[in-house]
Design a protein around this ligand. Structure first.
Ligand SMILES: [Zn+2]
Length: 85
């Protein structure tokens, strides 16, 4: 059985600010084509909209405002720079 990486990741709804920590796991080998990504536990306030083994395709939905978003996005910050402080 292949080793799996487990970690928790903060989720944040960009629309209403709802936050929570999800417990997730994926294949240890980051070079593998299929990371076998899985969410083991979702925080209150978030549900799975579309399950995928790729975190960039895994869709979540905020139950507070129904905003849908991907678990992992490449554009976490505004294009062209760091967030303002
Ligand atoms: Zn929301």
């Amino acid at each position: 059985m292949a080793a799996r990486d487990r970690y928790s990741r903060k989720l944040e709804c960009s629309q209403c600010g709802n936050t929570g920590f999800a417990e997730v796991s994926e294949a240890d080998d980051k070079r593998a084509a299929n990371r076998d990504f899985r969410i083991d536990e979702l925080p209150k306030g978030f549900v799975t909209e579309f399950a995928a083994t790729d975190p960039r395709k895994y869709m979540l939905r905020c139950t507070d405002c129904s905003h849908k978003f991907r678990f992992e996005t490449k554009t976490a910050y505004a294009p062209g720079g760091e967030p303002r402080r």
